[in-house]
Design a protein around this ligand. Structure first.
Ligand code: ZN
Length: 308
């Protein structure tokens, strides 16, 4: 069975007339659906199922967003709404063309069950074999304990709740709920990629570099497709080591919740990802001239020269 999250995480939407794209549910302008990025606004919006075209209104032939909330916004929601509007920009619909979906795993961009099967199964099997001894896992940047954890996810052997029950470490009736959201079964792929908490962390880092990318659906798929060459060596280092830092930060946070009964917000986990990258880069002088505080508070400006 193909999961919706697998389809979503491998599809890029190109909005034209906005009639086939869900404003809140589809990933059309951000790496995660707007309802996950702005949950407070989503809760109070009147039309949760609306397509993009239904949310655009025309006043004096000018198009504008008409979001429609069920009550006046509180202060925190006003700030979220400002960020949302910044994310989605002005509505620019092209009435003459339908929205299209580009299926990223296929060269033509068209969905096929074969390519879907490949990324779900064949890809993972090949990757598992291919990367068992690979430098992509065992390398000089990533600490061995992190490499070992990633290696264990490729064999679906990480001690997530589903695996602990499956292996009889925990009794069969144990609650297998995800330690982040509490609502889905805690599998490796859910915990490290699909959970709303994890999505938030991935989405933050996918927002700034100017590349078309989506949250990977599994560690195997990520290892197979993520790496790319960057001109700037700092960008190169960050991009290519980012998945390891995210996976490890999520795993540390998961264990904090499970064993120490404390929890950090996704915003703090994002800082931990930056701290790991900073720490792993120390022998290379990659961040020379930058303070860690710069990475925490001015990530977009200092790394990507963006002025927000
Ligand atoms: Zn979850």
């Amino acid at each position: 069975m193909v999961s919706l999250s697998l389809i979503q995480s491998n599809t890029q939407i190109i909005v034209n007339n906005g009639k086939n794209t869900s404003f809140w549910d589809d990933c059309w302008c951000t790496a995660i659906p707007l309802k996950l990025k702005y949950p407070n606004l989503w809760k109070i919006c009147r039309s949760k199922q609306a397509t993009i075209s239904e949310i655009v209104s025309f006043v004096h032939s000018q198009s504008a967003w008409s979001l429609g909330f069920s009550r006046n916004l509180k202060e925190v929601e006003v700030n979220e709404a400002a960020q949302l509007l910044d994310n989605i920009g002005n509505p620019e619909l092209n009435e003459d063309q339908e929205d299209s979906r580009v299926w990223l795993p296929s060269k033509t961009g068209n969905y096929s069950s074969k390519s879907c099967y490949e990324i779900q199964y064949i890809n993972e099997q090949n990757t598992t074999e291919k990367f068992t001894k690979s430098k992509l896992i065992w390398n000089e940047v990533v600490p061995t304990k992190v490499s070992f954890f990633i290696w264990s996810t490729l064999w679906n052997a990480a001690p997530t709740m589903d695996n602990l029950v499956r292996r009889g470490v925990l009794p069969p009736l144990t609650n297998q709920a995800c330690n982040f959201c509490g609502s889905c079964q805690e599998t490796t792929n859910h915990l490290l990629h699909h959970c709303s908490y994890s999505y938030t962390v991935w989405a933050y880092f996918l927002e700034f570099p100017n590349v078309l990318s989506v949250v990977p659906s599994s560690t195997a798929v990520c290892l197979n497709t993520w790496r790319r060459k960057w001109e700037d060596e700092r960008h190169h280092f960050i991009w290519n080591n980012l998945p390891y830092a995210i996976w490890w930060a999520l795993w540390l946070e998961r264990n904090r919740r499970r064993f120490h009964n404390t929890s950090e917000s996704a915003a703090n986990t994002i800082i931990i990802v930056k701290a790991l990258l900073y720490q792993w880069a120390l022998p290379t002088q990659m961040f020379k001239g930058l303070f860690f505080e710069d990475l925490v508070h001015k990530w977009a400006q200092k790394i990507y020269n963006m002025h927000l």
